[in-house]
Design a protein around this ligand. Sequence first.
Ligand SMILES: [Zn+2]
Length: 109
Amino acid sequence: MTSAMPNGLPCKRLGVVAAPYCGATDRPLQRDCVLPISRGGRYTLDNVAPACGSCNSSKCNDEVTGWLRRKRLDERAFLVRHLEIKSALLVRFHAVPNAATEAQETKTL
Ligand SMILES: [Zn+2]
């Protein structure tokens, strides 16, 4: 499979300051798949989000909504932050013809 994302999500360069799940602003972020690969998720622009280390290891392969509820995290805030990150990624990758096409194709799979 071809990944639409380069290695290492450049969160800082995207200007992402808050982790989308918990809103943490003071820790390094790791790349997470919102829908885990083990549940049929893919490395697409729609499905990746930066996560802080503690969210990433706690969420692991859980389905995101159930996990947010169990952790009593703010689902709405997550959706808004995730949308902002997706938009930033789309703008960024729009400038790269192959990456943009790839993302489109992966979405239809
Ligand atoms: Zn977190």
